[in-house]
Ligand binder design. Sequence first.
Ligand SMILES: NC(=O)c1ccc[n+]([C@@H]2O[C@H](COP(=O)([O-])OP(=O)(O)OC[C@H]3O[C@@H](n4cnc5c(N)ncnc54)[C@H](O)[C@@H]3O)[C@@H](O)[C@H]2O)c1
Length: 320
Amino acid sequence: MKYFPELLKHGIACTPRYVSKVSSSKPHSLSNSKRKSTDGDHVWKMSLLKRLKSNNTEDQKKGGGKDAIAGKNIIFVAGLGCIGMDTSREIVKSGPKNLVILDRLEKPEAIEELSGMNPKTKVTFHPYDVTVPLEESVKLMKTIFGQLKTVDLLINGAGILDDHQIEGTIAVNFTGTVNTTTAIMPFWDKRQGGPGGVIANICSVTGCNAIYQVPVYSASKAAALSFTMSLAKLTPITGVTAYSINPGITKTTLVNKFNSWLDVEPCVAQLLLAHPTQTTKQCAKSFVKAIKENKNGVIWKLDLGRLDTIKWTKHWDSHI
Ligand SMILES: NC(=O)c1ccc[n+]([C@@H]2O[C@H](COP(=O)([O-])OP(=O)(O)OC[C@H]3O[C@@H](n4cnc5c(N)ncnc54)[C@H](O)[C@@H]3O)[C@@H](O)[C@H]2O)c1
């Protein structure tokens, strides 16, 4: 094992492939170190030091405090759906400077309604299908950043529920979220001089515990949830924070009628809706509360009119 004095100050012992926390109070043996320091060693050592320093920067502390909606510029992908529209209404009530809605649905009357709600907020709309190639998403981001100059929050909310559409489900619920996030990163990433930003991904409670009769939908949401958790861990590098919004069963057209995988349960919607649900208004209120909390890495559960956090059990650690 190789030890570097600078790293030991932080209580870290490391080899190029292994990093471990060690007690800083004890002296450390260098006896196992036979390798000579190389340029490669230097590069990873510097990278590790940088990471250690940045772990204590403002990025980690971001959240809470300042209002995350009032006066801010917000992009809401799928802001016109059932949960989307009620959440857009709640967001506008809190007075962002700009709410830019991107959706496959075109509903001019909804944009008009939102525009008339709060004189402090400008509401605009761009048609957007999250399954377009990444370059198209980047182009759209360029247009929006060209107009607004800065964006504070991106909400990714596009979703479909139909386990007959396997590729479509993954494309919308997972790849769409990843691509839209990837497209905004060059504008936010602090490594490129960006100011950072916040991402709120609408995943689902089914990402934690599947509705096994819709395994494709559930897995696509689990993937979006996992992606979001990684984004939050990457904050010290990118300056971008992220949290997931995981609604429980909310009465919308999405859950009214849908196909199970291979028709394993033809009555899945009826069975699901026989249990308590929440309304889109309740979900929207919890959503806005979570946005205002603005906490990096939180897995929010929005179920039965309540907002709670989900504690994730760590079963494994990569140690890097
Ligand atoms: N209703 C629930 O019980 C529930 C529970 C957990 C999570 N969710 C998630 O919440 C989100 C909203 O769902 P909802 O219940 O309001 O359903 P909804 O069908 O009303 O909304 C889905 C939204 O996604 C948009 N969308 C779908 N495909 C798209 C595409 N290719 N490109 C861009 N936008 C696209 C729709 O236009 C719409 O705005 C979805 O991601 C859904 O998976 C819903």
